[in-house]
Ligand binder design. Structure first.
Ligand code: PMP
Length: 424
């Protein structure tokens, strides 16, 4: 631990090596042994996207090098192999999130596309003028704007659950805002900006009493804790592969079987139809009904490798390690003069947003960058959240399974010097 990070008393000790061999994990991620500006890379931008283990890249390149074929419609060996591999990943996703059936898993481009699919299809079937769609103030833009557009189209009203200053949603307000008019509750599981873990299971139970359909945005939770959709009882859930140590351009939409089947198609074209006549077409059942065109086959196979990888490490072990890192980082950062952590919910995932007095977050980001430390600075796609707090931007550190206490020490050391670099 560096001398500069001293205002601390004794920091909590991170998980013992015997429980989590972080050095062994790091070997799986070649990028972590590269240098930027001739400094060892320290990657703390995991909420934006995670790095990829070699097994994920291998799965993608093996497909293109030795298994490339289109799926579902080929009668030849390669096509059948590719189809099998693709559909196996659907079962892996089912197991990973505890869905009842693989047919409840739709492959999409990412959480954003999943949410747009839901806004478009629920919008056409379940939302009319006078209805309400309930979101929270801490939603990512991708869980705000599709609902705004839907409200404009239908005459429904967007209603927002406020937050307490500590970063926890105001549950009393939520209970008041939830009414028989609430058709949809679209809620993030974990805030990408301030790390709050929302009490979604309880909120889902309350919403179901009003017959409200609940969509969970699990983009920020699924890589960091075990998730069981049947236990949570959400109706839909959206996920992004690239935040799960998998490839970009692939995501998942989970939906309860009967609900998915009740929705109309989103995009249309090849692969989602069972017959096409000029007068009228008929469609496959879910999930194929929602997978028009050639999918991102390599992305799905890479995702499968990522899920295998995470399952081998164990989601509970990942959560335990990351929680210890979060506790350590919070304590270390709290000891830095002029630094203010925004969002101190009692239940938090490994995301720390902060400001330093008189220094713009972008300057914090640039100074850290020159020390080899990658963080995010800005509004993190949650502008309404910051507006509600009267803050324009923050710096954000987001942790992943390969981060180490030593990296946090280096972060603290550099942050301690930020005001000096700015001449303050
Ligand atoms: N929801 C949350 C909470 C997110 O953090 C993000 C990505 N930052 C998204 C949705 C959108 O995910 P994607 O860009 O992968 O579609």
């Amino acid at each position: 631990m560096s001398a500069l990070a001293k205002p601390l008393s004794t920091p909590p000790s991170p998980a013992p090596q015997s429980e989590w061999n972080v050095e062994a994990v790091r070997v799986d991620f070649p990028i972590l042994s590269t240098r930027v500006y001739n400094r060892p890379l320290i990657y703390f931008d995991n909420a934006a996207t995670t790095q990829k283990p070699l097994v994920v890249v291998d799965a993608i390149s093996n497909y293109y090098l030795y298994g490339n074929a289109n799926i579902h419609r080929g009668v030849h060996y390669l096509s059948e192999k590719a189809t099998d591999a693709f559909e196996t990943v659907r079962h892996q996703v089912q197991t990973f999130i505890g869905a009842r059936s693989a047919n409840e898993i739709v492959f999409v481009r990412g959480a954003t596309e999943g949410l747009n699919l839901l806004a478009a299809t629920l919008g056409r079937t379940r939302v009319k003028s006078g209805d309400e769609i309930l979101i929270s103030i801490m939603e990512h833009h991708s869980n705000i704007v599709p609902w705004q557009l839907l409200c404009e189209q239908t005459g429904a009203r967007l209603v927002v659950i406020p937050m307490h200053a500590n970063g926890e949603l105001d549950q009393a307000a939520f209970e008041k805002l939830l009414t028989p008019r609430t058709r949809i509750l679209a809620l993030t599981h974990v805030s990408n900006s301030i790390g709050s873990i929302n009490p979604v299971k309880h909120m889902i139970q309350l919403a179901h009493r009003q017959n409200t359909v609940v969509i969970l945005d699990a983009a920020q939770s699924v890589a960091h804790m075990p998730i069981d959709v049947q236990d949570l009882d959400c109706d839909f859930m959206v996920l992004s592969g690239h935040k799960l140590y998998g490839p970009t351009g692939i995501g998942m939409l989970y939906g309860k079987g009967s609900l998915l089947d009740s929705l109309p198609p989103y995009q249309s074209g090849g692969d989602m139809i069972s017959s096409v006549r000029i007068e009228k077409s008929t469609f496959h059942k879910a999930p194929q009904k929602f997978e028009a065109g050639t999918p991102h086959i390599a992305g799905v196979l890479g995702l499968g490798a990522a899920l295998d990888y995470l399952t081998r490490l164990g989601m509970a072990a990942i959560a335990t390690y990351e929680n210890s890192l979060l506790a350590y980082a919070t304590q270390v950062l709290t000891g830095i003069p002029h630094l203010r952590i925004i969002g101190q919910a009692r239940e938090k995932s490994g995301i720390i947003s902060f400001t330093i007095d008189d220094v713009h977050p972008h300057d914090i980001g640039t100074i850290l960058d020159r020390s080899g430390i990658a963080i995010r600075a800005g509004h993190h796609c949650t502008m309404p959240l910051w507006e509600s707090l009267g803050i324009v931007a923050t710096a954000r550190v987001s942790l992943g399974l390969y981060n180490t206490p030593g990296e946090i020490d280096h972060l603290a050391e550099t942050l301690n010097g930020v005001r000096k670099v700015m001449g303050l």
